[in-house]
Design a protein around this ligand. Structure first.
Ligand SMILES: Cc1ncc(COP(=O)(O)O)c(C=O)c1O
Length: 363
């Protein structure tokens, strides 16, 4: 299929318009006039490409002002921008492993984090999803030894829409001395007082990452950490060193997104309420939405065949919500992953719910 995303709520498939529930553009910022304006302005001022890696001549001064703003928003000593979230996770973890011996990852963390942990020289452990007791038991076997380690989790899980038990993770991190590495890809823009996620970096060793390609409507990623870790990564992280810097228009849209996201309280509140209403209505129809507590709502239907049948039924009714199947999610939990945005209206949810009812009747 040829697919063109027109906004966070409308997508063109082979030229036909569909109601879109597959976009991570949670605040609709990819279409925001300020982001568009800033992209054009930066193209006119700086051109379309950066021409080199940041360590050579690609370190446009805009980076520094964005990183300073990010550090303030995350209450961190420092921040560092990367070209994408995947690149960040896949290359920062191996760089951290130079100073740590173990990665303990939640079983459901994103593929980029697994890639990073497995590519490192550290030993790799997975704890049961959101199960701090299991994590505690695993930590007990490791702490007290010479080598340290990292506890790795998402704050809002991308495939389930549930939230990590951050208080417990913090307690276990303090107790074990293993710092947290938290991925806020799906919390950025949507959660927290200023919309910049659920975890502040503070002054300790913890590392928080977030992406600009989802709730910020743009592209790229950042890491919030200590000054010391930032300078270590600038010198030793391959995914930072050996790649072309982000193009100026992308930096312009990131700067614009960071200007407006902190003030988007109403959009966030609306989105959380819309998600809550949608979950209630789905549960009333008997659908399993897992432990979703965010704008990401899975409809877990079990078999791959069911997920495909449901997705095709919606598609036949001009609704775009692709099926997600193993190995992206565990066996037996094939699903539709609904992604809501503050641009969705109640009428969009009515259309979705009515179409789901019809599917249940024809099944
Ligand atoms: C939890 C999580 N982390 C990282 C990434 C990668 O981010 P990016 O799309 O910027 O490469 C994703 C993308 O889907 C994600 O869901």
């Amino acid at each position: 299929k040829s697919v063109v995303s027109l906004s966070s709520t409308e997508i063109l498939c082979d030229g036909e318009s569909f109601l879109n529930f597959s976009s991570n553009d949670y605040l609709g910022l990819s279409q925001h006039p300020l982001l568009k304006e800033r992209a054009i302005e930066y193209i006119q001022r700086y051109g379309v490409g950066s021409g080199a890696s940041r360590l050579l001549s690609g370190n446009n001064g805009i980076y520094e002002s964005i990183e300073k703003r990010l550090a303030e928003l995350k209450d961190a000593q420092a921040a560092l921008i990367f070209s994408s979230g995947y690149q960040l996770n896949a290359t920062v973890l191996p760089a951290l492993a130079g100073i740590a011996g173990h990665f303990l990852c939640d079983r459901f963390v994103h593929n980029s984090l697994l890639t990073g942990a497995l590519a490192s020289k550290a030993s790799f452990h997975r704890f049961q999803h959101n199960n701090c007791l299991d994590l505690e038991q695993r930590l007990a076997k490791l702490t007290g030894r010479e080598t340290g380690g990292w506890i790795v989790s998402e704050s809002v899980f991308g495939m389930n829409g549930d939230l990590a038990n951050l208080d417990q993770l913090e307690r276990l991190s303090m107790h074990s001395g293993f710092p947290l590495f938290i991925d806020e890809a799906h919390a950025t823009g949507v959660f927290g007082e200023t919309g910049m996620g659920l975890v502040k970096a503070g002054r300790d060793e913890r590392v928080i990452m977030g992406t600009f390609g989802k709730g910020c409507g743009s592209f790229g990623a950042y890491l919030a950490c200590t000054e010391k870790l930032k300078s270590y990564l600038v010198n030793f992280c391959s995914g930072f060193i050996y790649t072309t810097a982000l193009p100026p228009p992308v930096l312009g849209t990131i700067a614009a997104a960071l200007e407006i996201i902190p003030g988007m309280y109403r959009e966030r509140q609306y989105l959380h309420q819309l998600a809550e209403n949608t979950r209630i209505r789905l549960k009333e129809l008997g659908f399993d939405v897992g432990n979703s507590a965010s704008q990401i709502i899975p409809i877990i239907v079990g078999t791959d065949a069911n997920a495909v049948s449901l997705s095709e039924w919606l598609y036949g009714n001009q609704i775009f919500a692709p099926a997600i199947r193993p190995p992206t999610v565990p066996e037996g939990t094939a699903r539709l992953r609904l992604s809501l945005s503050s641009s969705h209206r109640e009428a969009d949810i009515d259309k979705l719910i009515n179409t789901l009812k019809q599917w249940q009747h024809q099944e």
